[in-house]
Design a protein around this ligand. Structure first.
Ligand code: S3P
Length: 168
């Protein structure tokens, strides 16, 4: 199987965006972040979209966005934590799961980053969501990386895996 793009999945705050930017630099590829594209297209923050249009509307935008983005090839694409749960990731994507424990995620996210995520506001509900989703991430991914260490520590594991797959 030859893949067109690399798609990073995982729970909110697991490090998908930082990992994606760094991988893209190392591989000389374009980096795109689904949430950022949606925010730019809607001219509104994710929080505002959730508040004014609702989560369901946001989920429709996510599916449209990943469909559009994957018409191009050779990109590293970071998704929002709910995208693989509510949307179908187009075939020919190499899916990598950034697999961090819930407490690691909470420690990794500064307050200003937490504030941007409507579904992280209530910690016990966020933990329930994490427990609900974690198996799906693993099932969907071609490769899950243990992301409990610092990003520079595990990024070379992903890098080696990608080179091994000769994907892009
Ligand atoms: C969400 C994750 C967020 C963002 C939105 C919903 C989720 O992205 O798409 O707040 O349902 O897990 P990050 O995973 O980049 O935080």
């Amino acid at each position: 199987m030859v893949y067109d793009n690399i798609v990073l999945i995982g729970f909110m705050g697991s490090g998908k965006t930082s990992v994606g930017k760094s991988l893209a630099r190392k591989l000389y590829k374009n980096f795109v972040d689904v949430d950022t594209v949606i925010e730019e297209e809607q001219n509104a923050s994710i929080s505002d979209i959730f508040e004014n249009k609702g989560e369901e509307y946001f989920r429709i935008l996510e599916q449209k966005c990943i469909n559009e983005l994957t018409k191009n090839k050779g990109q590293i694409i970071a998704t929002g934590g709910g995208l693989p749960i509510y949307s179908t990731i187009p075939e020919k994507s190499l899916i990598i799961n950034i697999d961090a424990d819930f407490d690691v995620i909470l420690n990794r996210l500064p307050e200003r980053e937490r504030a941007k995520r409507p579904l992280l506001q209530d910690e016990s509900r966020a933990k329930a969501l994490f427990d609900e989703r974690i198996d799906t991430y693993k099932e969907l991914a071609h490769f899950s990386v243990d992301a409990n260490q610092s990003i520079p520590t595990f990024i070379h594991v992903i890098f080696d895996y990608i080179l091994d797959q000769r994907v892009l």
